[in-house]
Ligand binder design. Structure first.
Ligand code: HEM
Length: 179
């Protein structure tokens, strides 16, 4: 997992829960990196999982809800860091259906070692998109947060339903209806 995902996460934890919580979750985790991350480095996903598990245990907020809120913050980082990539699109359905064949393809050119999910489009119309998310990391709620913000970016809203295909969340169907 790329360092930018860690640095932005730790910034958000400090911002929302304070420095003491940040120290707590780092100290409670067994981190090869010792909790020191640079935005261009690459670190084990298991470090992110431990940080999320301890934050969840200390706050009572589920990992899914933490990932959702974190993704909504991370979308702002993407807007600031990759304005050109987002400007290619005029419509949220167009953008979301292009993650697999364009957006994450560009990401892989920048970070060859990025750990990305796959999105398979099953159905696409002007107002509706059905996609299957697959990833061993089961970060579907991170995807949900990015999708919510994608609609907001285009001054639009949608109702998005998740249906788990695999109980462990490594395969999830997203049913997206633009309002
Ligand atoms: C992960 C870039 C848009 C879904 C990532 C990562 C990067 C990235 C750098 C982390 C990879 C790693 O840590 O190794 C971008 C950029 C985007 C974009 C630059 C747009 C300009 C989106 C959108 C979605 C999405 C709109 C909506 C569903 C995900 C998910 C992950 C991810 C779910 C977590 C990894 C996983 O589930 O396996 N993306 N992304 N991305 N991205 Fe994107």
């Amino acid at each position: 997992m790329k360092g930018i995902v860690f640095t932005e996460f730790l910034d958000l934890v400090e911002d929302k829960f304070g420095l003491e919580m940040l120290d707590n979750i780092i100290n409670a985790s067994d981190l090869e990196s010792q909790g020191v991350y640079t935005s261009v480095g690459t670190y084990k996903f298991s470090e992110m999982l431990q940080l999320l598990q301890h934050l969840s245990a200390n706050t009572g907020i589920s990992i899914d809800d933490l990932l959702l809120v974190y993704a909504e913050h991370f979308f702002g980082v993407l807007e600031d860091s990759y304005p050109g990539l987002l400007k290619t699109y005029k419509d949220p359905i167009e953008m979301l259906s292009s993650i697999e064949n364009h957006i994450h393809v560009e990401v892989r050119k920048i970070y060859p070692d990025a750990e990305l999910p796959t999105f398979e489009v099953l159905e696409k119309t002007d107002n509706r998109l059905i996609m299957i998310y697959k990833s061993s990391r089961a970060m579907h709620h991170f995807g949900l947060g990015l999708m919510n913000k994608t609609f907001e970016h285009f001054n639009s809203t949608a109702s998005i339903v998740l249906e788990k295909i695999k109980e462990d969340g490594t395969e999830v169907k997203f049913i997206i209806n633009k309002n």
